[in-house]
Design a protein around this ligand. Structure first.
Ligand SMILES: Cc1ncc(COP(=O)(O)O)c(C=O)c1O
Length: 411
């Protein structure tokens, strides 16, 4: 059974009035996901941040802010956007990977807490700002994730200071009088069972117990969402009943908050990428459906072999037929689905590619010099009042921008 199509009438109206390719985001889904996580953690004094790398559209950041959720920023650009959107510095954690010295000074000047995951960078920070507050990203040596490229802990991972280096960490902290406010981990992305997080959490809590003045432990993001029709949503209730009491007890005994910083969990299911089938190529043993989008708009299938449900918005009740749904980029890997059953597709049909709110537009590029999709926001209180939140760029605008920004010798 394919996944159900969310708000088919709204999506149809968007496709008709805005065109394709277009990302459509549903405010309602984001709100529900935030509430689900808060609900599951209600017995634990906790704080939520949003990993804005999942989707940094200002409209989404506005909703995140209104919900009282802070920001995990991983670059000066993300940091600046968060601050310009009105997040207070104390609501932002700066977790740049392999931070440059310039980025370090920049983030410090913005008065945000730096989350440092390399000993040499910690040393540099201590030398530059003795006595400063800091958070440390540990590698608990337990990783997990939907693909090997997104496992961010363990021996193979570049992230975090390996937990065995705790004596060295303590020595750098003491040498420069740095005040350790938080310990952090993020072990990977798209973790289907939160219980697998627990092995890593146990490592972190054991370390955290050694620091009496610690204000928080940040358990990172990584909560998975069901992309395939046969996958179930995370059982957060089960997580809460198995681990909630331990977290709550830790928090009480050590007077620390527990932080989570999901990206995907909040926004993935809120997004649909609409595309038009431009070309049907039936090669006998294989039927290719070419669409007006591609890996430059949604790279997850190409990069990770990720599954995204594809539904025919125009002909939802058509007979199921197997298709290879491919993009318009000059790469054989530019494929959204292989041998996938979809209700019969005709040229001109609108297709809905589901669960594309996270790591869709934020990973999009102009590869092949193709413009980015438009983006549309569907408000919860009146979905029919959807509005364009990013205009579709025309090829002429794209080329004009490149020519304007190019530095060329004068003729
Ligand atoms: C430090 C950090 N926190 C949180 C996240 C969010 O991960 P997810 O979107 O899987 O929740 C990431 C993703 O790469 C990350 O690097």
């Amino acid at each position: 059974m394919p996944k159900p199509l969310p708000f088919p009438e709204i999506l149809t109206r968007v496709a008709r009035s805005v065109g394709t390719p277009t990302y459509v985001y549903f405010e309602r889904t984001i709100r529900k996901q935030i509430e689900r996580l808060h609900g599951a953690l209600e017995m634990v004094p906790h704080r939520l941040l949003y990993a804005m790398k999942a989707n940094g559209h200002p409209q989404i950041l506005r909703q995140i802010q209104t919900a009282g959720v802070g920001i995990d920023a991983v670059s000066p650009g993300e940091l600046l956007l968060a601050l310009r959107m009105g997040f207070r510095p104390e609501d932002v954690l700066f977790s740049a990977n392999n931070m440059t010295t310039g980025e370090m000074h920049f983030a410090h000047r913005q008065k945000v807490l730096l989350n440092i995951g390399e000993l040499s960078r910690l040393e540099a920070y201590g030398k530059a700002y003795p006595g400063a507050d800091v958070c440390i990203r540990l590698n608990p040596q337990v990783g997990a994730g939907h693909h090997e490229h997104v496992i961010t802990a363990g021996a193979d991972s570049k992230f975090g200071i390996p937990v065995e280096f705790m004596p060295e960490i303590i020595s750098v902290l003491e040498q420069h009088g740095l005040r350790l406010r938080g310990l952090h981990q993020h072990i990977g992305s798209g973790i289907p069972d939160p219980a697998t997080l627990w092995d890593a959490v146990s490592v972190l809590l054991k370390q955290a117990a050694e620091f009496p003045d610690l204000e928080f432990v940040n358990l990172g993001g990584g909560l998975g969402v069901p992309y395939r029709p046969d996958e179930s949503p995370l059982d957060l209730g089960d997580f809460a009943s198995r681990f909630g009491d331990t977290l709550a007890a830790f928090s009480r005994t050590h007077d620390t908050e527990v932080w989570f910083e999901p990206g995907r969990f909040f926004v993935a299911e809120a997004g649909v990428l609409l595309a038009t089938a431009t070309t049907i190529k039936d090669n006998g043993d294989r039927c290719f459906v070419g669409v007006d989008s591609g890996m430059n708009h949604l790279v997850r299938p190409t990069m990770y072999g990720s599954y995204h449900e594809i539904l025919n918005l125009t002909n939802p009740d058509g007979a199921l037929r197997p298709y290879d749904v491919v993009g318009n980029i000059c790469e054989t890997g530019d494929r959204f689905a292989k041998n996938r059953e979809v209700a019969e597709i005709r040229e001109g049909d609108w297709l809905a590619i589901l669960d594309t709110g996270a790591y869709g537009m934020s990973m999009a590029s102009h590869y092949n010099l193709r413009a980015l999709p438009a983006e549309v926001w569907v408000p919860e209180d009146n979905p029919a009042q959807f509005r364009v939140i990013s205009e579709r760029q025309s090829p002429a605008q794209l080329v004009g921008r490149i020519m304007r920004e190019a530095v060329m010798p004068s003729a």
